[in-house]
Design a protein around this ligand. Structure first.
Ligand code: PGA
Length: 255
């Protein structure tokens, strides 16, 4: 069985102080949750503080992006080793906002995933179609391309150390969640594609989480789908009580 995985993507929200207060509060709320992998992704400035606040708790910390080079003259960028040393164990890669606003491509995703794995960071690799692509009936083709070009270089034995986030671009920040059926259809397709690319066992072990306007009220329907292994939560994760509720509703035995 795959352990459910729930991550808070704070995007460009929360100062150092706010991050500290949030993680301390979340740690108190989730201290008894042993059956969900819980992650928060603060902005780079708060990452170390969040990791210190999460020390000796069941909360992990993720970067929101990473550069693929080890070091160099790359103003504004942060390396995998820097994230790791600051206390991160995970990193979000290829988020649609990085793709559409900052020129991220499947090729850069591939290089970033490789650098994260080399630094023993768990990549949370994001894929998903735009509304226009969905309406043209291209959803599966887009997912296939993103998997082939972005993740195809991952050694099969490493796939279980990677989390794939299916985030339909039309559902992100729009309040328009995919239905449980739409999510399951896409997740099942992604798992089929992973199976063809990496083999049966790695594909069965890889967590595929859903992102896009997840709220406490929509969580249970999504996470009870057979191929939906958790959630990547943006807006609703900014409120610690709402995020805790999403974690609680993602537990295997939650009602
Ligand atoms: P949202 O963001 O929950 O605000 O739609 C999800 C994400 O971008 O990861």
């Amino acid at each position: 069985m795959r352990t459910p995985f729930v991550a808070a993507n704070w995007k460009m929200f929360k100062t150092v102080h706010e991050s500290f207060v949030y993680v301390k509060e979340l740690a108190r709320l989730v201290k008894d949750v042993v059956d969900v992998e819980i992650v928060v992704a603060p902005p780079f400035t708060s990452l170390h503080t969040a990791a210190e606040a999460a020390r000796n708790t069941n909360i992990g910390v993720a970067g929101q992006d990473v550069h693929f080079e080890k070091e160099g003259a790359f103003t504004g960028e942060v390396s995998a080793a820097m994230l790791k040393e600051a206390g991160a164990e995970y990193v979000i890669i290829g988020h649609s906002e990085r793709r559409t606003l900052f020129g991220e491509t499947d090729a850069t995703v591939a290089r970033k995933v490789a650098s994260a794995l080399a630094a023993t960071l768990t990549p949370i690799a994001c894929i998903g179609e735009t509304l226009a692509e969905r309406e043209r009936g291209e959803t599966f083709d887009v997912l296939n391309r993103q998997i082939r070009d972005g993740l195809g270089g991952v050694p099969p034995a490493e796939l279980p150390n990677l989390v794939v986030a299916y985030e339909p671009v039309w559902a992100i920040g729009t309040g328009r969640t995919a239905t449980a059926e739409q999510a399951q259809e896409a997740h099942a397709h992604i798992r089929r594609q992973l199976r063809e690319t990496f083999g049966e066992e790695p594909a069965a072990a890889c967590r595929i989480i859903y992102g896009g306007s997840v709220k406490p009220a929509t969580t249970r329907d999504l996470v009870t789908q057979p191929d939906v292994d958790g959630a990547l939560v943006g807006g609703a994760s900014l409120d610690v009580l709402a995020f805790h509720e999403i974690v609680a509703r993602s537990r295997p035995e939650a009602v």
